[in-house]
Structures are given as C-alpha cells and as structure tokens.
Design a protein around this ligand. Structure first.
Ligand code: EPU
Length: 349
C-alpha cells in the first residue's frame, strides 16, 4: 500500500454531503492517485468490507447508522484538453468539481455542457446519474469513460455505448459494484452554438447568446430555484430534485391530466411516452412549497427539492419523502422514484 493512503476509522459522513445528514463510515480514505485506489480496494477485499465511492456527496442520502464498510472519497485532479477533428475533448479526472469543468469549457468557447452549469458534485459522478438540465444531458457529450474494473483491478476505457445511459441512469448507477470511474472524456463543439432547447432558458437569453451568457442565465435560474449549493441559501441544503420526473404512457398522462383538472406540463418523448413534472404533481397533490416537517421540509423555491434545515436525522428526511410519495400516489396513482443514491438506507422501507 502506498504511503499516501491513510485509512481513518469512524469518520462522520454528514459533513461530506450536501444534506448534512447520516452517520459515520467505519473506515474512510481520501484517494488522490489511482494506485491508492487499487491498494484501498485490495485492502477492503482482504478485510471483507464493502466499499462505497464518494464524489461530491451532492446526490447522496446516508443512513443514520452510517456505513459499516470503507468509504473512498475520490480527490483525483486534472483536466486535459486536446483537439480531435472538429471537437475539443476534455478528459477530466473523477475528483474534479463538475462546475469547474463547465466553466473551463465555456471560457474556451467549447459548447455542449453550458446548460449543465451550477450542478454540484464531481466530474466522475456526472455519468453515474447522467446529469441533465435545461435541455442537455451529459450522455450526449460523453465520448469515453475511464474505469477501474473492481473485480480485476484493471483500468480500461468504456465507449459511451457501453455506459447504458438513460434518463438519470447508467450502468454505473445500476451496477455500482462493477466499476470505479477514474476520468471522463467529453467531446465538445469548438466555437459551437449554445443549446437553447428549454423554453425557460431560451426566454431568459437573447437571440444567439454567447456561451457565457447562457451559463450565467442557467446559474440565475438554478439560484432562483434553490438549486445552487450556497451556505447563505437554506433551500440549497438538498440533493436538488429528490425524485425523478415520472415517465408514463400517453393514455396514463391523459388520465392524470383529467384527474388534475388543470393544464398539466408534459414533455412528449420520441418513443411516444410522456415525461411528467414531478414538482407540479407534488404541488397539485396538496403539498405546498415551504412545507415543514420538523427539521426537514419541502424547499420554499421548488417543490421537488427536499431540504434539511439543521439538527435533523435521515429518518426525518425519509419520513417526509414517504409522505410526499404517498400523497402523490393517493392523488394521481403515480409512484415517484427517488433520484439520490442511498447508502445503507432501504427505500421505501
Ligand atoms: N413546477 C411546479 N412547482 C414547482 C417547480 C416547478 O409546478 O415548485 C413546474 C414548473 O412550472 C414546470 C415544471 O414543473 O412546468 C418543471 O419544472 P422545472 O423546469 O423547474 O424542472 P424540473 O422538471 O422540476 C428538471 C430536472 C432538474 C433540472 C431542471 C431544468 C429532474 C428530476 N430534474 O427539474 O435537475 O435542473 O429540470 O432542466 O429531471 C436534478 O436532477 O437534481 C435537477 C435539479
């Protein structure tokens, strides 16, 4: 084992998450080199301990009991830019802050991720849940992902096709025990035009805006919704959207709209199904923005964000999440699916 790897015992995880909730990790190490990662995985295997890879902790719910295994926090750094044909390709180490990658791309006039400005978390976590916002998804620019195979401890590149991307989904999410993401290679359009597919964003910028203006507009929209992590904004102590937007058949969407008895936001998908707005369903089911349930509540700025106001437990958050889910189910017959990763938590419990 390299001297750089230091394994600590009983490390609180709450401060490493945006929720600020949950218990300790039995064992914990920060990883700055891939060689440390293999040593740590090897060590855990020898000890018979499960391993959890932690990025920015911005999409994570940790059990109050904590995690009886080894948590590895990826702190690898580096962004390498190269020109490949018409594309500018950036290979970002997993531990890079995602938004630093976006800011760098925008500064270089490389288009393709400007709408993903202000998303908290690490570059290595971006493909895991295929982050998306304001009309862009990271899957559309991922060219390759460098992974460490957790079984063989060998490194290799996966092409985008092998990542099994879907809406807030990927092979990394479905099979977390299979790979550790080491870096992500994104292909961006050199001097490309910004993407203005999201009406709310298009309305906020003029015609043909520079990438920087799009980034600023996205940051402003996110801030208005409490979706930029900021110590001064109590509504940002969250994981962003707590539930995914439900995808249903067109007939089911019609039925829900009829039950709602109001104009319902709906986004038709190429396969004929319809994506619904979970935030809208939550409000229509009778859960108001700003609702409090002890130390947790619904964001005052966006009904899809659950917020920890301090002094709470993960159990409080789960109680609220179940209440929201049940209320929407009772009203519309739709079972909302949570977006974050749960560590040591059984959902729905
Ligand atoms: N709405 C409400 N009440 C609210 C908020 C929104 O009725 O409190 C309605 C809006 O009027 C709109 C619709 O719901 O008609 C959609 O709202 P919004 O544009 O804010 O987007 P969203 O569907 O709630 C998704 C992503 C966000 C992403 C935004 C913008 C998911 C689960 N969430 O939210 O991603 O930033 O679109 O593209 O897909 C995240 O994943 O953590 C996240 C923040």
């Amino acid at each position: 084992m390299s001297l750089a790897l230091h394994i600590s015992r009983s490390v609180p995880l709450a401060p490493l998450t945006t929720f600020g909730l949950g218990g300790p990790a039995l064992s914990f190490a920060e990883v700055r080199e891939t060689s440390d990662l293999t040593s740590a995985l090897d060590w855990a295997r020898g000890m018979g301990l499960p391993v959890f890879i932690l990025g920015g902790g911005s999409n994570l719910v940790v059990a109050d009991e904590g995690f009886a295994g080894l948590v590895l926090r990826l702190r690898t750094r580096g962004r390498r830019w190269s020109e490949q044909g018409r594309e500018l390709v950036v290979e970002a180490a997993a531990g890079e802050a995602w938004d630093d990658v976006v800011a760098d791309a925008v500064a270089r006039n490389a288009a393709g991720i400007e709408c993903l400005s202000g998303i908290p978390g690490s570059a290595g976590a971006a493909p895991v849940q295929n982050i998306g916002a304001y009309g862009q998804e990271v899957a559309s620019v991922v060219r390759q992902v460098r992974v460490l195979d957790r079984r063989s401890l060998e490194e290799r590149w996966l092409d985008a096709d092998a990542c099994g991307f879907g809406y807030r989904d990927s092979i990394f999410r479905r099979k977390p025990e299979r790979f550790v993401i080491l870096s992500v290679a994104l292909g961006l359009a050199k001097d490309g035009a910004p993407s203005l597919r999201y009406p709310e964003l298009a309305a906020a910028v003029g015609a043909s805006p520079p990438l920087g203006a799009v980034r600023d507009a996205v940051l402003a929209l996110r801030r208005k919704k409490g979706m930029v992590v900021d110590a001064a904004d109590p509504d940002s102590r969250s994981v962003g959207s707590f539930f995914t937007n439900p995808i249903v058949g067109a007939a089911v969407a019609d039925e829900i709209a009829a039950r709602a008895g109001a104009e319902m936001p709906r986004y038709p998908l190429p396969d004929g199904r319809v994506k619904l707005a979970a935030a809208w369903l939550i409000e229509r089911a009778g859960i108001a923005k700003g609702l409090r349930m002890g130390p947790v509540g619904v964001s005052a700025k966006h009904a899809l964000a659950l917020v920890h106001h301090g002094g709470g437990k993960t159990a409080d958050l789960l109680r609220l999440a179940r209440h929201v889910r049940q209320t929407v189910f009772d009203r519309f017959g739709v079972s909302l699916v949570p977006e974050p990763v749960f560590l040591g938590v059984a959902w729905p419990g």
